[in-house]
Design a protein around this ligand. Sequence first.
Ligand SMILES: O=P(O)(O)OP(=O)(O)OP(=O)(O)OC[C@H]1O[C@@H](n2cnc3c(O)ncnc32)[C@H](O)[C@@H]1O
Ligand SMILES: [Mg+2]
Length: 198
Amino acid sequence: MMNLTQLVLASHNAGKLKELQAMLGDAVQLRSIGEFSQVEPEETGLSFVENAILKARNAARISGLPALADDSGLAVDYLGGAPGIYSARYADGKGDAANNAKLLDALKDVPDAERGAQFVCVLALVRHADDPLPILCEGLWHGRILHAASGEHGFGYDPLFWVPERNVSSAELSPADKNQISHRARAMDLLRQRLSLK
Ligand SMILES: O=P(O)(O)OP(=O)(O)OP(=O)(O)OC[C@H]1O[C@@H](n2cnc3c(O)ncnc32)[C@H](O)[C@@H]1O
Ligand SMILES: [Mg+2]
């Protein structure tokens, strides 16, 4: 088994780093790829899996450390799974607020019953840049897209994602609660099992 006291997280998203480090606890220290490079790799894959592997390999190459990547996004039923792997770029790189505004507009007048969506998270772990056997773990979180933003916690699309288990938006969940039930939490549970971490 690999020595995993230190991993580089192949992400420039501070929200992901915070959540993943909280889930891992003290056993594994996540170092941001931002310590090594500010250049973000182009996400050229057509699936979450491809993009997660691409980001993990890139970070391992740059840092010389084993690397964990998180490729995630929001798949909306009414939009045939969009924005999906393009979630971060949905409003052409103008950021979270613009992404949320565009999504609300795309679902204007769509009734609740047709506003189903899932958050998706794929975690990829490589021991080194050319690792032929990346560990892949996926987590899904089912919910619905609200008609207006609500809540201040989290990041990205959280203010628009209604969580049926709690009857609030995911931005209204405490960070600890989100980290128990989110797509990312589910993927991380699987990863911990694969690595025999507790
Ligand atoms: O690629 P890295 O550097 O990791 O950072 P990123 O923000 O570009 O990450 P992705 O390419 O995986 O795109 C993820 C998109 O999905 C959104 N997203 C992912 N997880 C989320 C969560 O838990 N809550 C809200 N939005 C989330 C996020 O805001 C982005 O728009
Ligand atoms: Mg990205």
